[in-house]
Design a protein around this ligand. Structure first.
Ligand SMILES: Cc1cc2nc3c(=O)[nH]c(=O)nc-3n(C[C@H](O)[C@H](O)[C@H](O)COP(=O)(O)O)c2cc1C
Length: 221
């Protein structure tokens, strides 16, 4: 009896995990705020590095929700675009005298060039909601790992609600930007950031293709 319940729970969990995809094209209508709240709640339930954040009275994880077309969204769009341009210039300059970096970063630089050409940073102003999650810097500095757990919980919850989710990882580059942090109302440099875009997906995507577990697993003696 008990194992039946666990089986049933796992049928749903496995389905949600398998259906989780990166959606990059969204319908214009916005999912209701209540669904966004449920996604944020799932993010709050994600693990955090208790020893690293210490016992600050001020909660160490924050969510900033921006609706497409809002004042805050209009303010951050050019800031993120400028950051992408600055990153591209910086990497290209470093690549000139570093052949190892040149080989390693080629795909990423091409991606940045494509974004600059489009003039739009995917996920920032291209979906009904852009959400920034902030995690206070602690010691050791594991905020980005912590944010990844938070994002995964949010991603799975969005999937379970039938919503599309896109990570917007350039958001992490915005943490030292005073203008971006002013829009959020936090001091620059004290928080690490990660972002995502959420909306109704424009298309149904098939489940991800991954190698069989046995092909990538070593059972060590
Ligand atoms: C650390 C990290 C950063 C990522 N950043 C972005 C991003 O900025 N924009 C984006 O569209 N997808 C981003 N992705 C999503 C991956 O491209 C995606 O998960 C991968 O291509 C597999 O596709 P799937 O999510 O549909 O299974 C990121 C994923 C990870 C783990």
């Amino acid at each position: 009896m008990c194992s039946d319940i666990f089986e049933q729970r796992n049928v749903f969990l496995d389905q949600i995990v398998a259906e989780r995809r990166s959606h990059r094209v969204f319908r214009p209508e916005a999912p209701p705020e209540d669904e966004i709240r449920r996604i944020l709640h799932a993010g709050l339930l994600a693990p955090f590095a208790a020893a690293a954040v210490g016992d600050s009275k001020d909660y160490f994880r924050r969510f900033f929700v921006m609706r497409n077309g809002s004042r805050s969204m209009k303010a951050v769009i050019p800031l993120v675009r400028e950051q992408v341009a600055a990153m591209a210039q910086d990497i290209e300059r470093k690549m000139e005298d570093d052949p190892v970096l040149r080989a390693k970063a080629v795909t990423f630089v091409q991606r940045l060039a494509a974004i600059r050409k489009m003039g739009v940073v995917p996920g920032v102003g291209t979906a009904p909601w852009y959400i920034v999650v902030a995690e206070r810097r602690g010691f050791p500095p594991v905020e980005l790992q912590s944010l990844a757990h938070c994002m995964e919980n949010m991603w799975l919850k969005a999937t379970a609600l039938g919503l599309g989710f896109q990570l917007v990882s350039v958001t992490s580059q915005m943490s030292p930007d005073p203008e971006f942090c002013r829009v959020l109302g936090i001091p620059a440099g004290e928080w690490e950031l990660m972002g995502c875009a959420i909306g109704y997906p424009a298309d149904d995507l098939p489940p991800s293709i991954r190698p069989p577990v046995e092909d990538v697993t070593c059972w060590l003696e």
